[in-house]
Ligand binder design. Structure first.
Ligand SMILES: Cc1ncc(COP(=O)(O)O)c(C=O)c1O
Length: 489
């Protein structure tokens, strides 16, 4: 009987590969069938012949044939050569045919959750003066490495297993102390949930506390991350107007039904920087109470407010269950650490902790343990003290440079905290185009107008300073000046 001779290249074996020879042969046959080189009914060589022509053991060929048989690619009858099974249509998977299949698409829920509400002009690549970026040049890398090493060595307990979905107990204890002394937030460890970012906390809480179609109030202008989380949860977002004192519930257009959630940044309004005075805070609490809404207090940058005594968190003024406090280590340490937290009402801690388990949004345990040690050893406080001072210096440098070169074209106040500052253009300029032009020149600034939900928008830029060098500030201001002057022509 004449046995088939395969064209050159169908069967090749690489003896230096880690992939077993039998597996390699199986893959070659499979590929040849898929690519239409071996068609239905084709006879394969006997194990003896194939083994000798390839210089491999017969067992190797046997094992490859067993795999093809198990997958239904060949049939074997006693005394006959194996054959590619009749009617096999593996070749339907050829690339040409794959292309003709409709491309997989997101569900409508998936598309809503994946929406980019930041829109055009938001910098997604890294560049100088990027809003939201902390000073990585000041980060105590050596000390942090020691904390991580220690955590990797010491954490050999059940904490490393499927456990503690709502956060590492040691970090929760540190947060209890930190929040009480720094922010006037009295909470128990059980109330604290440690997440992988403020964004994760917002998404978690939006899903947990409101149903599709429920109303949420969001500061106008406001944080795009919060808007994203509420949009993803299918909530109706209503504008909560702001002025020089932050959010003002008295200016809200009556929304019926009342909101389930009210999101605010009372310590330092994002993006314009107002600090909410006591009277406004009390009015906010009263309005929330009347509406039966829960307040999400985003205290993203409160550990380094520069001027005046830091006002205690709104949380401390509220009754139990009225406010959920949210914090992050993205600004005080680094975004890449992926650790944030929230303080939830006692009754919600267990079910939302279970939700965290279901959604799989727990933060890395070893990083949490390292952070707990960093806080316990005083390293975090020392770092905060240093960055508070340097952030303030850098913020003032940026503002002085902007005012010096461009005072007639824009308005900017010395920042009272934060890692970025909002600059308002005098006149109705296209801030998206200006942000894009800045980005092309290496400056990852963002347009202010896209932080508004409504059409009454202030044009300007959000400019980061915490990680900026003097050279970057000078160059950035120069580039902005040239762009604004170019618009006069
Ligand atoms: C108001 C506000 N909240 C939260 C965050 C981010 O927190 P995270 O990085 O933990 O998601 C930012 C970052 O820029 C912010 O500006």
């Amino acid at each position: 009987m004449i046995e088939p001779v395969f064209p050159e290249g169908i069967l090749t074996v690489d003896r230096s590969s880690d992939v077993p020879l039998s597996e390699q042969l199986y893959r070659c046959f499979r590929e040849a069938v898929r690519g239409g080189l071996l068609t239905s009914g084709t006879r394969l060589p006997s194990t003896r012949r194939l083994a000798s022509s390839l210089g491999v053991a017969r067992n190797t060929v046997n094992a490859a044939y067993d795999l093809l048989l198990a997958e239904g690619i060949i049939s074997v009858r006693a005394g006959a050569a194996p054959r590619i099974v009749d009617g096999l249509r593996l070749e339907q998977g050829k690339p040409a045919n794959i292309r003709s299949r409709p491309a997989p698409v997101l569900s409508s829920r998936g598309a809503r959750m994946a929406a980019n509400l930041r829109g055009e002009g938001w910098a997604f690549r890294h560049g100088a003066l990027q809003p939201g970026s902390p000073a990585l040049d000041l980060f105590p890398y050596e000390e942090w490495a020691r904390c991580l090493r220690r955590a990797a060595r010491l954490e050999r307990t059940a904490d490393l297993q499927y456990q503690n979905y709502s956060g590492h107990p040691a970090l929760k204890q540190q947060l209890v102390r930190h929040l009480a002394t720094e922010r006037g937030v009295q909470a128990t460890a059980e109330q604290i949930l440690v997440t992988s970012s403020m964004q994760a906390s917002l998404s978690l809480l939006a899903q947990a506390l409101a149903d599709t179609g429920d109303n949420v109030w969001l500061e106008e202008p406001g944080y795009l991350g919060a808007r994203t989380a509420f949009h993803a949860a299918g909530l109706n977002i209503a504008q909560l107007p702001t002025d020089g004192d932050g959010a003002d519930v008295d200016q809200v257009q009556v929304s019926d039904p009342p909101p389930k959630i009210i999101y605010v940044t009372p310590s330092h309004h994002y993006p314009l920087g107002a600090r909410m005075p006591l009277a406004r805070r009390l009015a906010l609490l009263e309005a929330a109470s009347k509406a039966g809404a829960i307040i999400l207090e985003d205290d993203y940058d409160s550990e380094f407010l520069f001027s005046g005594r830091p006002v205690a968190a709104l949380y401390g003024l509220a009754e139990e269950g009225q406010v959920i406090y949210l914090g992050t280590f993205s600004k005080s340490l680094m975004p890449g650490l992926r650790i944030a937290y929230c303080v939830v009402p006692t009754d919600l801690a267990q079910p939302i902790g279970q939700l965290m388990r279901n959604m799989g949004c727990t933060a890395n345990v070893q990083a949490q343990a390292a952070l707990a040690h960093f806080m316990d050893s005083g390293g975090f406080q020392k770092h905060l003290k240093q960055i508070r001072q340097v952030y303030e210096e850098r913020g003032n440098c940026l503002v002085a440079a902007l005012r010096g070169r461009l005072g007639n074209r824009l308005l900017v106040e010395p920042p009272s905290g934060n890692v970025q500052v909002a600059v308002l253009f005098r006149g109705d300029l296209d801030d998206v185009a200006i942000a894009l032009a800045m980005q092309e020149r290496g400056f990852a600034v963002s347009p202010l107008s896209s932080t508004y939900l409504g059409t009454d928008r202030q044009a300007g830029l959000i400019i980061g300073f915490a990680g900026a060098t003097q050279e970057q500030i000078d160059k950035g201001v120069e580039v902005l000046g040239n762009l604004l002057e170019g618009m006069d022509d």
